[in-house]
Design a binder for this molecule. Structure first.
Ligand code: FPP
Length: 248
């Protein structure tokens, strides 16, 4: 099947299971995050040929600051290395990078690399990779609500524009949300954007995730009927040799 000819997809991924992947192998948790960054690279590589035009990956939530300081520091360092290493590859593959979330609590060096990667890849248009770092959907929604000034005359359009500014990068609706690692929850990720997302939960730990897992999830997504609150589309009658058949 030529996925690329089908409608453009925004896929969001909750990259869960790095710690368990490492612990199961007797390795430090950071080895799981390192392997997780390689899995993200594989997903980015596979995405465009599957018709995915935007991929938003949850790298660090506002609640992740609760983790031990050594793990937080190591994830921040890994994010910086990852972004710096990936700039040439993103340019070659025409991947535009944006980071959504807060920046005021990130190390200056990481903010510098984010600025550099975003500026370098601004003109790329094959895939939009959005990394969520120090991100909380509830916090974004709350901030946008405050900026809109409350009241009952705030339109969804105005609210979405404000939310886009809060997020940096725009609140494109998510079509498909994938969570690895066996848990089945949203963990404060893209709550507004996932209003009509199809959810796919995968038992495999994130470091083991590859292009074929992404392809399976997209196939599963394409099988689902999205109704957005409407009734199912009426069947199309097809007369066949005097009998009536129905195509859905
Ligand atoms: C969830 O696994 C993962 C995180 C909170 C961090 C995500 C980080 C990465 C995927 C690696 C860094 C990414 C880049 C782009 C450099 P967990 O630690 O909660 O795993 P567990 O549930 O098994 O403990």
């Amino acid at each position: 099947m030529n996925f690329a000819l089908q409608s453009a997809l925004h896929v969001a991924v909750i990259m869960d299971g790095n710690g368990r992947w490492a612990t199961l192998r007797g390795l430090p948790r950071m080895a799981g995050h390192q392997a997780g960054s390689e899995a993200l690279r594989r997903a980015v590589e596979a995405a465009p040929d599957l018709g995915v035009t935007a991929l938003t990956a949850y790298a660090f939530s506002c609640d992740n600051w609760k983790r031990p300081a050594e793990e937080v520091d190591a994830i921040m360092a890994l994010l910086g290395w990852y972004l710096r290493d990936e700039i040439p590859r993103m340019l070659a593959d025409r991947v535009r990078l944006s980071v959504i979330g807060r920046r005021d609590r990130l190390p200056d060096s990481l903010v510098g690399v984010i600025d550099e990667a975003e500026a370098a890849t601004r003109g790329c248009n094959r895939l939009h990779l959005r990394l969520a770092i120090d991100y909380s959907a509830r916090e974004s929604i709350l901030t946008a609500t405050g900026l809109c000034g409350g009241g009952t005359n705030v339109t969804p359009e105005r609210f979405e524009q404000t939310l886009a500014a809060t997020h940096r990068g725009g609140p494109q609706p998510v079509d498909l949300l994938i969570r690895t690692g066996g848990e089945q929850r949203l963990s404060d990720f893209l709550l507004w954007e996932c209003a009509y997302a199809e959810l796919v939960f995968i038992r495999r730990m994130w470091p083991d995730f590859g292009g074929s897992d992404l392809a399976k999830a997209v196939t599963e997504f394409r099988r689902r009927e999205r109704r957005f609150g409407d009734v199912p589309a009426p069947p199309i009658p097809v007369p066949v040799l005097g009998q009536e058949r129905w195509l859905h």
